[in-house]
Design a protein around this ligand. Structure first.
Ligand code: FCB
Length: 462
């Protein structure tokens, strides 16, 4: 039985992203995105996997919505593939692409599930990367706003919750600094430029959403990974401070405080972002909510050879990638430490340092090595993970956090970017040979939690 008890209007959902689940990459006029190109380059993705078929959600969305309904979800966070709508990034609209999302939205609404739509989850049309280097160029923000306008005009009558970007830090850092995600660039000196253009893209899109869907709630999804000092030394503490500015506050400070984190900004010297007049007014527009993605934490220690931040950041990524217990602490199959306290820490930042805005947890979840045996996927570690993180969320609400909902990452096992299909985050198992779906025990656990929550809701209505 579940001990968790959330406020009545708290919503439960799950999340996915277009390239991770849709497949059908060459169908109905879709153009290639940077992820199509990147995943087809040898050696970029574990086992050279790609998203060509993925979970075939493009063809199976009705069945998928049916499963969501079976679990009892209030909401579903999906993302839209830019190159399905605008195969050339700009210009002619692919009506078949718009129709797919319009049908999906209708299916969700008919099932009583509220769509939360993310406009950009990392899959920029390849042409825009070819033309001007994607987010290296300011034009990307204008083109994104144009795309946002087209989508909101088409769906804004039914979609009332919009998320402009997913995790601009991950996209900027993994895609343009480290090159381990699409578009695979290694240009660390352009880090702040890429961040700035993404934030600008966000701001310009917010204007368009407000214009065409004035009754909608608009936000952005950011990733947060608290970084702790490896030791008590002042140098390590300093390293952790810089790492937090680099990873966490580089997006939050501009959006909510109207400036880049001070020390980070100063340290970038010649390589600061090219800010033009009017940029801050766009970036710092009032938002209706912030989406928080959190999985784990990291550690930092002083390292003078790492430019700018002088910090070596480690935790998740550098440990063997399978689920294991170290010093009594569970790690997921991504090698990420299970650290629910980190979610509490993030929610405290929001409450105490950022004016307690309305927030949702738009992603939280875990990959473990699941097995389907006799039609059952028993995943107690995931249940335990979700239970612990949700308990922290509940405690934060009791402390005054303005937290309104929780979306599990992910609805389905899917294409986990550079890790390919081996890392399973779903509460629904996917057999990639047959595309058969099986609700895991964690999905059934969530169903039970939601049923109890809804019952309390109904009882208090009587
Ligand atoms: C987040 C991404 C999401 C998924 C999870 C595990 O950073 O937004 O697409 O890959 O991590």
């Amino acid at each position: 039985m579940n001990e968790l008890d959330f406020p009545q209007d708290f919503i439960f959902g799950t999340a996915t992203a277009a390239y991770q689940i849709e497949g059908a990459v060459n169908e109905d006029g879709r153009g290639p995105s940077v992820w199509d190109t990147f995943s087809h380059k040898k050696g970029k993705i574990n086992n050279n996997h790609n998203g060509d078929v993925a979970c075939d959600h493009y063809h199976r969305y009705k069945e998928d919505v049916g499963l969501m309904q079976q679990i009892g979800l209030d909401a579903y966070r999906l993302s839209i593939s830019w190159s399905r709508i605008l195969p050339s990034g700009t210009g002619e609209i692919n009506q078949a692409g718009l129709k797919f999302y319009s049908d999906l939205v209708d299916e969700l609404l008919a099932a009583g599930i509220t769509p939360y739509v993310t406009l950009f989850h990392w899959d920029m049309p390849q042409v825009l990367d070819d033309k001007y280097g994607g987010f290296l160029n300011r034009q990307s923000a204008l083109d994104f706003a144009n795309y946002a306008e087209i989508v909101v005009k088409a769906l804004g009558d039914r979609v009332k919750n919009w998320i402009t970007l997913n995790e601009p830090w991950e996209h900027g850092c993994f895609g343009y600094v480290m090159g381990k995600h699409a578009p695979g660039k290694v240009k660390p000196w352009r880090y702040l430029t890429v961040m700035h253009h993404q934030l600008l893209a966000h701001g310009m899109a917010v204007e368009k959403i407000r214009q065409h869907a004035p009754d909608a709630q608009v936000g952005i999804t950011l990733s947060f990974t608290p970084v702790h000092p490896k030791s008590d030394s002042d140098k390590d503490k300093q390293a952790a401070h810089m790492a937090n500015e680099f990873i966490n506050f580089v997006t939050l400070d501009p959006l909510l405080k109207g400036h880049y984190p001070k020390r980070l900004w100063d340290k970038f010297g010649w390589f600061k972002a090219p800010i033009e007049s009017g940029d801050w007014a766009l970036i710092r527009q009032p938002l209706d909510f912030i989406g928080i993605n959190n999985y784990s934490r990291e550690f930092a220690h002083h390292n003078r050879w790492v430019p700018v931040i002088n910090a070596w950041i480690a935790g998740g990524g550098d440990v063997p990638e399978h689920d294991f217990v170290k010093d009594g602490v569970q790690h997921t199959s991504m090698g990420w430490e299970v650290y629910p306290e980190g979610l509490a820490e993030i929610l405290t930042w929001f409450r105490e340092d950022y004016g307690n805005p309305k927030v949702y947890i738009t992603e939280n979840g875990a990959a473990f090595n699941d097995q389907l045996i006799d039609g059952v996927v028993d995943d107690p570690k995931r249940i335990d993970y979700l239970n612990q993180y949700m308990a922290k969320a509940q405690q934060a609400i009791a402390l005054g956090s303005n937290l309104n909902g929780y979306f599990v990452w992910s609805f389905l096992d899917n294409f986990e970017w550079a890790a390919g299909y081996d890392k399973q985050f779903g509460i629904v198992h996917v057999d990639y040979k047959t595309q058969q779906r099986t609700i895991k025990n964690s999905g059934l656990w969530l169903k039970e939690l939601i049923t109890a929550h809804q019952q309390r809701r109904e009882n208090s209505d009587e």
